[in-house]
Design a binder for this molecule. Structure first.
Ligand SMILES: Cc1cc2nc3c(=O)[nH]c(=O)nc-3n(C[C@H](O)[C@H](O)[C@H](O)COP(=O)(O)OP(=O)(O)OC[C@H]3O[C@@H](n4cnc5c(N)ncnc54)[C@H](O)[C@@H]3O)c2cc1C
Length: 398
């Protein structure tokens, strides 16, 4: 790998949302890197992803505004319903998000987002077909060893290699923790659904032990859904594991509104088990660090995993801008200081949400609904300032 004599040689492992955002943010500050990705072609199979203003703001600054405006859906409102009908709470996004937090709340197809990030990064830094097997220290260098037998030397290794991170193994010995829940995911063309499906809303239905989320993506042409329900075994954990549409219908039988329309219209369904990991005590050595799911895989109940990966990437790139090789250890310490407390709070919040969202019908559920109603509306949106208003990449004091 070549870089100007004083600049660190940076190896990013993984080209998911986190790795690609880091490459784009580094490029924007004139810092070169290489991105090593295990897959041979960049074809994203996942469904939708919610981009809250805390990430959307940065992605727009990096140049994704036209792509997000054209291919994403700017969400007007988040509505929460009971499984048997009735609105529990509604929170306005739309212009209110833009006014309070400087960007809309977007719903996007992961493939659209990945392609837009790829256009921003360009083909030069990408090294496809490179599956990292191990990383080790050799004197002042880090050595990356790939499955095909090749190696690469770097001054800094950034693990953006997801929940099964190989880079994380350099820091800690732990394993994904199964939540007991699984998720069915899929996309349904909106013309197969009632007209209300075209509204730019995030809709969430809550029921005992399970919940259902849907929102339009791809300029409003497709409805993305995630249906979360108990799962007997830990099972495979992949974006592409096949699910059985009949099981999806059965798992949400009797649920009202669009839930029943979507489950019956769903063709191809993906299903996998939901995991997170314990909080990471140490994110970095002097020449290696992690970001995104490699650092803090979280349950999807705050829809923040990818958003936090974007924040990590922006923070790390901003601290690396102009840094010399010998400054890397200090940069990594600053990055960890800036990111660890925030991502731990979101990881814990996501776990806590799982219990609250899945209460059985009864007094506790009614109390929860009242509390949700109180913290909805514009007031509720303002209360999320800690989440949506956070400015990653702002200088943190030592
Ligand atoms: C059901 C569900 C819904 C979700 N909804 C949302 C949402 O609405 N909003 C949100 O913000 N987040 C959401 N998330 C979370 C979000 O998808 C993840 O947090 C995010 O994709 C993590 O991005 P990443 O780049 O860190 O990792 P990944 O997207 O997992 O990317 C890792 C990359 O590394 C590559 N890789 C892995 N191992 C190696 C290796 N050994 N060598 C080389 N390359 C390797 C992989 O091929 C992949 O390209 C959801 C998650 C789930 C499960």
């Amino acid at each position: 790998m070549t870089a100007a004599p004083s600049l660190p040689r940076i190896a990013v492992v993984g080209s998911g949302i986190g790795g690609l955002t880091l490459a784009a943010a580094l490029a924007a500050s004139g810092t070169p890197c290489e991105v090593f990705e295990q897959t041979r072609s960049m074809t994203e199979t996942g469904a939708g992803v919610q981009l809250a203003p805390n990430a959307a703001r940065h992605l727009r600054r990096l140049g994704l505004r036209p792509a997000l405006d054209e291919q994403g859906v700017a969400v007007e409102e988040m509505r929460v319903y009971g499984w048997a009908g009735g609105t529990i709470a509604a929170t306005p996004f739309g212009a209110a998000c833009e006014m309070l937090y400087g960007a809309p709340y977007y719903a996007v197809h992961r493939a659209d987002l990945q392609q837009a990030l790829l256009r921003l990064v360009g083909p030069r830094p990408l090294r496809l077909g490179h599956r990292l097997k191990a990383v080790r220290r050799d004197g002042e260098d880090m050595v990356l060893a790939f499955e095909d037998g090749t190696t690469r030397r770097a001054d800094l290794v950034v693990g953006a290699d997801g929940i099964h991170s190989v880079v994380r193994e350099h820091l800690v010995r732990d394993a994904p923790v199964f939540s007991g829940l699984g998720v069915f995911r899929g996309l349904v063309p909106v013309e197969r659904l009632p007209a209300e499906a075209r509204e730019p809303l995030i809709r969430i239905w809550l029921g005992p032990g399970r919940h259902f989320v849907c929102y339009p993506v791809s300029s409003g042409r497709l409805m993305s859904f995630a249906a979360i329900a108990p799962l007997a075994g830990a099972g495979a954990e992949s974006w592409s594991a096949a699910g059985d549409p009949a099981e999806l219908v059965a798992a949400f039988a009797g649920w009202r509104g669009l839930v029943s329309d979507i489950t019956r219209a769903a063709g191809t369904v993906r299903r996998w088990a939901l995991h997170d990991r314990p909080e990471l005590r140490t994110w970095s050595s002097d020449r290696l660090t992690v970001l995104g799911d490699a650092a803090h895989p979280m349950l999807p109940f705050m829809a923040q995993g990818a958003n936090q990966a974007v924040e990590d990437a922006v923070e790390l790139a901003s601290q690396l801008a102009g840094a010399h090789r010998d400054e890397v250890p200090g940069v990594l310490a600053g990055y960890e200081r800036a990111r660890a407390p925030r991502t731990a709070a979101v990881q814990q919040g996501s776990r806590a949400h799982a219990d609250a969202m899945h209460l059985p019908d009864g007094p506790q559920q009614r109390e929860r609904d009242l509390a949700m109603r109180r913290s909805a509306g514009l007031r509720g949106l303002r209360e999320r300032a800690w989440l949506y208003g956070h400015e990653a990449g702002a200088v943190t004091p030592a």
